[in-house]
Design a binder for this molecule. Structure first.
Ligand code: NAP
Length: 453
């Protein structure tokens, strides 16, 4: 296929068709980006920060326009799309403010007359990104990468090319030099060739395990650095002493935000059997109250999933779990890409709803009797992105932190990303970190300098 189409999952309209870049076009773009890198890496931090701040301002100035593109391309409710754009603007301000101090030289006392550590950019970095947060996923890589002096090329998911090109134009609107950030309109079959390009120095991928393994394998064979942000199957661990009202509403947001299509969504709710009835009553009521509908309307909380095939996969996971004894409490039906908010109880570790990642609006419920059992259930996953624990006894939970095999533990809050905190997983959720000080150091050469007089 030489063209790619963006299709609105809510109404089936074709938003746009794009001609894919040829191999020689891709090569030309990479050459242009490399040429820009040689200039950009020499620019002072204040200059980069001024432009990145302008980019943040452009995002805020045009947030409705950008949010509408996200919603049209992947079905996210417009209010959540606006929040995504605002978060990208916050990220721009955060790194504009902090990159200099995060990357300044670090003097280390040794037997040298002077020894210190420099952080130098690597060059052209390839980002392979998913459709679920079409702006945020790209920005959280690109902004620290650019502030560090790198330049970025983006291979976005094939269903969100309009977002990809819009992000590129936002960089231009803000006055960033040409070719600091470019979008490549190519399918996943071309990623290996791009990684092999000698001017591409490192790769970051956010997406599925199979895509991550493929990118890591190509990059590994060429000794190129990778960061992988992959799937997740986070538990929401609800203890008997939690604040019931607050926990229910946080769990609802953790699972149903973005119509359930988030790597860090709370997918497996582990519920203390002692509060089962009281909790379930409130939970099911809250799910029944979720406002579904046209994602362009401000009141809508549950839009459509991004594609019909994703809804079909989710339906199949539910059906296979029900066949093994799970109980459908609410929802369960879908019509093309729209999926009803769904809760399934009686879920055990042998069921797909427990051991597979579910990428849509379905929450599975599994009960436990003791905290030891809860920890074991929480860790019973090939993924290790994060866990949320709900309890008033924070001291007791903090004493158990080392028992959770996760990249993040959130207490009385949903797992969420924050520009100030590192984000990433362990096990099959990937490796490396984005955001915070750790994120900006992923794509730099940590250079040791040792001077003897
Ligand atoms: P996906 O199919 O892996 O796609 C992600 C990106 O990888 C797309 O640009 C895709 O291109 C590309 N891709 C797919 N197969 C590839 C391959 N073999 N080699 C190179 N590139 C390849 O994932 P998705 O279904 O769009 O997204 C959902 C997954 O992403 C879930 O597992 C979710 O948990 C994970 N995710 C993780 C995070 C995190 O931060 N940890 C965040 C969001 C999502 P095409 O679109 O052209 O196929």
């Amino acid at each position: 296929m030489l063209t790619m189409r963006s299709i609105n999952p809510y109404n089936g309209e074709i938003i746009a068709s794009y001609t894919k870049h040829s191999s020689s076009q891709v090569d030309h773009i990479i050459q242009q980006c490399h040429a820009q890198f040689l200039n950009w890496k020499e620019t002072p931090f204040e200059y980069r920060a001024t432009l990145i701040r302008k980019l943040g301002k452009d995002l805020l100035d045009r947030k409705l326009q950008y949010a509408a593109i996200i919603t049209a391309e992947m079905g996210k409710p417009i209010v959540q799309a606006i929040a995504e754009i605002e978060k990208c603007a916050w990220l721009c301000d955060y790194y504009a403010e902090n990159a200099f101090s995060q990357l300044k030289d670090i003097v280390v006392q040794t037997d040298a007359d002077k020894s210190y550590i420099r952080h130098e950019p690597l060059g052209v970095i390839l980002a392979v990104m998913p459709w679920n947060y079409p702006f945020w996923q790209v920005f959280r890589f690109a902004i620290p990468a650019l502030m560090a002096g790198n330049v970025a090329i983006l291979k976005h998911a094939s269903n969100v090319f309009k977002s990809a090109l819009t992000i590129e134009s936002a960089f231009q609107n803000a006055g960033l030099p040409d070719h600091c950030f470019r979008s490549l309109l190519v399918g996943s079959d071309r990623v290996a060739n791009i990684i092999e390009h000698p001017l591409v120095k490192a790769v970051t991928l956010t997406g599925s395990g199979s895509a991550g393994a493929s990118v890591a394998s190509t990059s590994g064979s060429l000794i190129k650095k990778t960061v992988l942000e992959l799937g997740g199957n986070n538990a929401l661990l609800v203890l008997r002493d939690c604040d019931l009202e607050r926990t229910v509403s946080t769990c609802i947001a953790a699972r149903f935000q973005n119509t359930g299509q988030s790597c860090i969504a709370g997918k497996r709710l582990l519920l203390d059997v002692a509060i089962y009835n009281a909790f379930m009553k409130k939970l099911l009521q809250a799910v029944a109250n979720l406002k579904t509908g046209d994602p362009m309307e401000m009141e809508t909380y549950i839009g459509t999933m991004a594609r019909t095939d994703l809804a079909e996969t989710l339906h199949n996971q539910i059906q296979r779990s029900i066949a093994l004894g799970a109980k459908l409490e609410i929802g369960g039906k879908h019509c093309e890409a729209y999926f009803e908010p769904t809760v399934v109880s009686n879920v055990t570790p042998e069921m797909p709803l427990f051991y597979e990642e579910t990428f849509g609006p379905v929450l599975s419920i599994t009960t436990f009797k003791t905290i030891e059992e809860a920890i074991q259930l929480s860790n019973d996953s090939k993924f290790g992105l994060g866990v949320s624990i709900f309890s008033k006894n924070i001291e007791a939970i903090e004493s158990l932190l080392s028992k959770f095999d996760e990249g993040a533990v959130f207490i009385n809050e949903m797992v969420k990303s924050d520009p100030r905190l590192p984000f990433g997983g362990i096990k099959e959720s990937g490796y490396g970190r984005e955001l915070g000080t750790h994120g900006i150091k992923e794509f730099v050469n940590i250079k040791t300098v040792y001077i003897k007089k």
